[in-house]
Design a protein around this ligand. Structure first.
Ligand code: CA
Length: 221
């Protein structure tokens, strides 16, 4: 069960990370809003714990952006602000829950469990399907035309990212940033190499197209 914590106060971030890991969750962390949004869009998380006052992109704007492409991802706001207008605005933007700081860790975990369980109970697809491809997000497995494909973690993440933006051209720079977490081009061709490996593993029906001078696109069937 993967959780993303977006929080700029280092002590709270570390406390949440260690505490949630001790409760059996796999935790990724971001300490500014822009990095948090990028991760939330790139990875198949089951829940996001979101602070509101964040550098680079505040929690409200992050939530607004996130909801455009991830309407169902549970978001629990964890904020020092406890006034009603802030809470109502958060819910209005699509937050699923709200907890004010200082908070009880036990209560946070209890709420996280409720939301994660809900996601499992509704029988919502935990998979992403594009043409012949099916990606099982929870198990990180990929199938093409029903047969399993053995992918490395990075290959899965690249494929997931292309699939969740199927039909769109994604530049190498964007893929480097979203899948590898680079904010610069390291001057290597890691993206091209990874795409080549993916195509090889998927065989001739592979729908990743190279768009000259632009990037890559997963063709929509
Ligand atoms: Ca903050």
């Amino acid at each position: 069960m993967r959780i993303l914590v977006i929080e700029d106060e280092p002590r709270i971030l570390e406390f949440l990370r260690l505490g949630l890991e001790a409760e059996g969750f796999a935790v990724d962390a971001a300490d500014d809003g822009a990095a948090g949004l990028r991760l939330a869009l790139a990875e198949p998380y089951e829940l996001v714990v979101l602070d509101l006052q964040l550098p680079r992109l505040d929690g409200f704007r992050l939530l607004e952006e996130l909801r455009r492409s991830r309407p169902d991802l549970p978001v629990l706001i964890l904020s020092a602000r406890s006034d009603l207008p802030t809470k109502l605005r958060s819910f209005g933007l699509g937050a699923n829950d709200y907890l004010s700081k200082p908070f009880s860790f036990d209560e946070l975990v209890a709420r996280v469990r409720v939301h994660v369980r809900k996601g499992h109970d509704t029988g919502e697809p935990s998979s992403l399907r594009v043409g012949p491809l099916e990606l099982d997000l929870a198990r990180r497995r990929a199938h093409a035309d029903g047969s399993a494909i053995d992918l490395s973690d990075r290959e899965f993440r690249l494929l997931y990212h292309l699939a969740s933006h199927a039909g769109e051209v994604l530049s190498r720079e964007r893929l480097l940033s979203d899948v590898w977490g680079y904010s610069f081009d390291p001057g290597s061709n890691v993206v091209d190499v990874c795409v080549r490996r993916l195509r090889k593993k998927l065989g001739p029906t592979w729908p990743i197209e190279t768009v000259r001078h632009a990037g890559y696109r997963l063709a929509v069937a």
